[in-house]
Design a protein around this ligand. Structure first.
Ligand code: 5GP
Ligand code: ZN
Length: 119
C-alpha cells in the first residue's frame, strides 16, 4: 500500500482517523462523507495514494474498474435504490478539496439537479 503521511484519506485507510465504513477489501475502501450532501453520500477510494483522476496511471486501471463495478451494489445497500450520481472532482477546475482520488456516490435529493446549471 502506497500512503502519503499528510493525506487525510491515507490516514482514514490506516485507521488513524476514524470513518464510518461502507465497504473494504485489499485495494479499496468506501466510507460515508463526514459532511453528507444527501441521505446517501459516501466515497470510494483506492487504498494506494493517488492524487487525482488527472494523475492516475494504468497501474490503477484494474482497481478503478473494480470500484465502478461495485458502486451500484453499494449504493443500493445504502438505500439509493432508484439511482445515484457519481462525482470525481478533479484538480482546481474540478474544485477538488482532498487530493486523494475519490468517487462520491450521491443518492438524492430526488430529483438531483442537472449536472451543470445552464444560464
Ligand atoms: P472533494 O471536494 O475533494 O471532492 O471532496 C472531499 C470530501 O471529503 C468532502 O465532501 C468532505 O466532506 C469529505 N471529507 C473531508 N474530510 C473528511 C474526513 O475526515 N472524513 C470523512 N469521512 N470525509 C471527509
Ligand atoms: Zn492519500
Amino acid at each position: 500500500m502506497v500512503a502519503k503521511s499528510d493525506c487525510i484519506f491515507c490516514k482514514i485507510v490506516a485507521g488513524a482517523i476514524p470513518s464510518r465504513k461502507v465497504y473494504e477489501d485489499d485495494d479499496m475502501l468506501a466510507f460515508h462523507d463526514i459532511n453528507p450532501l444527501a441521505p446517501v453520500h459516501f466515497m470510494m477510494i483506492l487504498k494506494d495514494h493517488v492524487d487525482s483522476l488527472a494523475t492516475v496511471t494504468d497501474a490503477h486501471a484494474a482497481v478503478l474498474g473494480r470500484m465502478m463495478a461495485k458502486a451500484g451494489r453499494l449504493a443500493r445497500e445504502q438505500g439509493a435504490t432508484d439511482g445515484f450520481r457519481t462525482i470525481v472532482n478533479t484538480g482546481r477546475i474540478g474544485r477538488q478539496d482532498v487530493y486523494h482520488l475519490h468517487i462520491h456516490i450521491i443518492g438524492g435529493p430526488d430529483p438531483l439537479p442537472r449536472m451543470i446549471a445552464k444560464d
